[in-house]
Design a protein around this ligand. Structure first.
Ligand code: SF4
Ligand code: SF4
Length: 191
């Protein structure tokens, strides 16, 4: 914005073209249905309002028993509790993981201080610390870890998911960060 330029993804650019050229509102979009829990992964041009259930059926259904259905990407998406959910303007994809899929291994390990998350963070902040703050905060100890996270610039995190991706201990750093950020916001409201 500072240099007067807006960068759009191709889906948005195409929707703008349709709106300007043909007067067509955003009534459909391409949704990627993928993951090892989907029998026939596809990119589907579908109407807004189509249920996730219907999309999955049109991709051959589940392959094996599903562990998680995630709306969005595997790192930043949101796990779904039901498939009776409609496609909306922001639904870019569905990722389905089978049970025992490595990508959603919840048996994460302690931080080994390797520093990979710090080296790769595009915002130059310290994801490893937020993980430790979150875990320690859960068990008390008299230190205000929410405040500590704020002081260590947790609000600069753009939730890109790189830290979780590179962590050899499979630590769910983005989930830790999201939880801590919401605690920081609650705290700031009451101050
Ligand atoms: S999710 Fe946040 S902390 Fe992790 S790499 Fe991205 S910006 Fe850095
Ligand atoms: S990448 Fe994982 S193990 Fe390595 S410092 Fe970061 S949180 Fe710790």
């Amino acid at each position: 914005m500072d240099v007067g330029v807006v960068v759009n993804n191709i889906g948005t650019a195409y929707a703008i073209y349709n709106a300007v050229r043909y007067g067509k509102p955003l009534i459909e979009r391409v949704v990627t249905v993928t993951g090892d829990g989907i029998r026939e992964p596809k990119n589907i041009l579908t109407k807004i309002g189509t249920s996730f259930d219907f999309l999955i059926q049109n991709c051959g259904g589940f392959a094996g028993e599903p562990e998680k259905v995630i709306m969005g990407g595997p790192m930043m998406g949101t796990a779904q509790y039901t498939l009776k959910v409609p496609v909306i303007k922001g639904t870019s994809g569905l990722v389905v993981f089978q049970k025992k899929s490595e990508e959603v291994d919840s048996n994460y390990q302690p931080c080994i201080r390797c520093g990979r998350c710090i080296e790769n963070c595009p915002m130059g902040i310290s994801p490893n610390l937020y993980g430790l703050f979150f875990e320690r905060g859960m068990y008390g100890g008299g230190i205000d870890f929410v405040n500590e996270a704020y002081k260590w610039n947790i609000m600069d995190c753009i939730e890109c998911g790189v830290c979780s991706y590179v962590c050899p201990s499979n630590r769910p750093l983005v989930q830790f960060i999201k939880n801590l950020k919401s605690e920081v916001k609650k705290k700031k409201k009451t101050q």
